[in-house]
Design a protein around this ligand. Structure first.
Ligand code: CO
Length: 134
């Protein structure tokens, strides 16, 4: 099986404290994790929802992928992430299917997970992240 579950839905936000407070006041939920991921240029908070998360992403600066996304499009849905049991096998399968891989090799993301992004082109316009949890 290629996909285990929906790991998270990521939302680009301008102000992480404000976004976390919004989830707290509207839905009564607290972040399970919050961390700076320098390699991706973000500070992220993971809001647990059932077995999945909403990942709130605040860019560390304007010249980062999420910073440029906010500049172009404003706050909103940034990507969808699926948990996979074997990220190399998933990437090999996707490459063979002609998917446009942003990361040919996995890198380390939040929670120490191994992650890789797949371009929205050919993916119904959705930036997709694969996550192999540590
Ligand atoms: Co993500």
């Amino acid at each position: 099986m290629l996909l285990l579950n929906l790991d998270h839905v990521a939302v680009a936000v301008a102000d992480l404290d404000e976004a976390v407070e919004g989830f707290r006041s509207r839905y009564g939920v607290e972040p399970a994790y919050r961390e700076v991921v320098e390699e991706q240029g973000v500070e992220e908070a993971m809001i647990p929802v059932g077995g999945s998360y909403v990942q709130l992403l605040q860019p560390l600066g304007p010249d980062t992928p999420v910073g440029r996304f906010l500049e172009r499009r404003g706050e909103g849905l940034h990507h969808v992430a699926y948990a996979v049991p074997d990220i190399e096998a998933a990437l090999a399968h996707l490459a063979a299917e002609g998917a446009e891989l942003i990361d040919a090799e996995p890198r380390i993301g939040g929670r120490g997970a191994r992650i890789a992004f797949v371009h929205p082109r050919g993916g119904n316009g959705i930036l997709t992240e694969l996550v192999e949890l540590a």
